[in-house]
Design a protein around this ligand. Structure first.
Ligand code: ARG
Length: 472
């Protein structure tokens, strides 16, 4: 294996190195293929660092200005597609610094004073994540808004409620949809909380120990709108808790989207037919002409595993790391970037699906709840409200259901005489008590599916969205 061919890589390191990296190792070592994603954050972070160097007198104001302007030029070149660093740059940080020096000359070589790539990459990653968390939280809000609008349209649309995927008690469809609104509310809040720990500046922690220069970490942190700075330099350069926390939050978002997807998938099946999928959000089969497939929720469900995997990857990556920076940390990026992109894409796709890609079928839903025993609890409650101990009432209704099943009847098919033969407390109002609409309306306990409760829940949901807008 020869390393004789000179590689631009050798230019990166100090005079300590005599020969270049093996080309395959250069490739192996490089992160430019993915950390290019950070370029604009890297430039912004470097501009703040340059301003801080000038502010503290470590470099002159003119040098500071030259660095800031030069970095801006690198940004423009990148945006216009004129600057496309390759593997010779190793990573985005070297790429920017080199291009800067090509553009502005020797002053460019002052940029890295009092800084290391270790605090630099930590800064870039936090700026990146802070932006994307903001974006993801907006997308959560949009999806919540769509679910809320659907809930408003379907307060009195009934849907079977399940436990163990067995018919349990009927529900207001709005109540069902609002359960997801609540999950997303927690997701939105959770990411807001994670954002607090993302927004801490490691800039100025240096390689691991701080720096000999009289820097002002609070100054650069303020320029970058960080809330605070890491107070221990070792922790600052090696902490990735914020990325793990984000992926935890992202994983929970995916759990929620995946559960909702699962429901849409079976709701759209021939067996359920609770929703129909519009052409804009479904696909056909290459062989079965009758097929209309729910690809969107299937893909969301399928992509969930990726995000869980990224969380797992980061946890395992971190668990054995001694302080401070280790190259293992370079592996955080692809996990984080893919986690961000996956969650953003899934939130958008689910929003489109619920906004315009599916249609609930109220008639079909109403018929479903009229043809089952999901009103059995209400018969027991009926007797219990009249003083019969609940357990006794429950046993009696169990018997009635059994008899009905053997006779191919529903509870509503029993005559008043039959009811009264079962228990003298039954009167003509039993029929109203077991009608599906009444069964739902009657569950008027706080947070229940009763229409009155659901209307109040909708009002609360509006307040939350409104309050969030006011603080956004
Ligand atoms: N590309 C590196 C990363 O992503 C930047 C930091 C390199 N630091 C070092 N000490 N080699 O982690």
């Amino acid at each position: 294996m020869s390393t004789a061919s000179p590689s631009p890589q050798s230019a990166t390191w100090s005079q300590r190195f005599e020969s270049a990296l093996h080309p395959a190792i250069a490739q192996f070592n490089a992160s430019i293929g993915f950390d290019i994603e950070l370029i604009e954050y890297d430039i912004t972070g470097s501009q703040a660092h340059a301003r801080m160097l000038a502010h503290t007198g470590i470099i002159t104001p003119e040098e500071g200005e030259t660095l800031v302007q030069g970095l801006e030029q690198v940004r423009q070149e990148y945006r216009q597609g004129q600057f496309q660093p390759g593997v010779e740059a190793e990573d985005v940080h070297f790429a920017v610094e080199r291009r800067l020096t090509e553009l502005i000359g020797d002053v460019g070589k002052k940029l890295h004073t009092a800084r290391s790539r270790n605090d630099q990459v930590g800064t870039d990653t936090r700026l990146y994540l802070r932006d994307h968390i903001r974006h993801i939280r907006q997308r959560i809000r949009t999806l919540q808004g769509v679910l809320l609008r659907l809930a408003e349209q379907h307060v009195e649309t009934l849907i079977p409620g399940y436990t163990h995927l067995q018919r349990a008690q009927p529900l207001s469809l709005a109540h069902h949809l609002l359960a997801y609104f609540e999950m997303l509310q927690r997701d939105w809040e959770r990411l807001g909380d994670v954002a607090k720990r993302v927004n801490v500046s490691p800039l100025g922690c240096g390689a691991l120990a701080g720096t000999t220069f009289p820097i002002d970490r609070h100054y650069s942190a303020e320029l970058l709108h960080f809330d605070s700075v890491y107070s221990n330099s070792l922790d600052g350069v090696s902490d990735r808790d914020f990325a793990i926390e984000f992926l935890c939050g992202a994983s929970l978002i995916m759990v929620h989207l995946s559960r909702l997807s699962e429901e849409v998938i079976f709701w759209a099946s021939e067996e359920f037919r609770f929703v129909t999928l519009r052409d804009s959000c479904s696909t056909g089969s290459s062989i079965m002409p009758q097929k209309k497939n729910p690809d969107v929720p299937e893909l969301v469900r399928g992509k969930t595993g990726r995000v869980f995997g990224h969380l797992q990857a980061l946890l395992v990556m971190m668990k054995g790391l001694p302080l401070a920076y280790n190259k293992d940390l370079q592996e955080d990026k692809e996990a984080l970037f893919d986690g961000v992109k996956t969650v953003e894409a899934c939130l958008e796709a689910m929003t489109i699906l619920f906004d315009q890609g599916l249609e609930f079928q109220p008639a079909r839903l109403g018929a479903a709840v009229a043809e089952d025993f999901s009103n059995a609890t209400d018969v027991a409650d009926y007797l219990a409200a009249k003083g019969v101990p609940f357990r006794e009432a429950y046993n009696l209704v169990g018997k009635v259901v059994k008899t009905c099943l053997s006779q191919g009847k529903l509870l509503k098919d029993l005559s008043l005489e039959e009811w009264q033969a079962l228990h003298p407390q039954f009167a003509a109002d039993i029929y109203e008590a077991i009608a599906p609409k009444q069964v739902v309306a009657a569950r008027n306990s706080y947070g229940g599916t009763g229409f009155e409760q659901v209307r109040q829940a909708i009002a609360r949901a509006h307040d939350r969205l409104g309050a969030a807008e006011a603080t956004a």
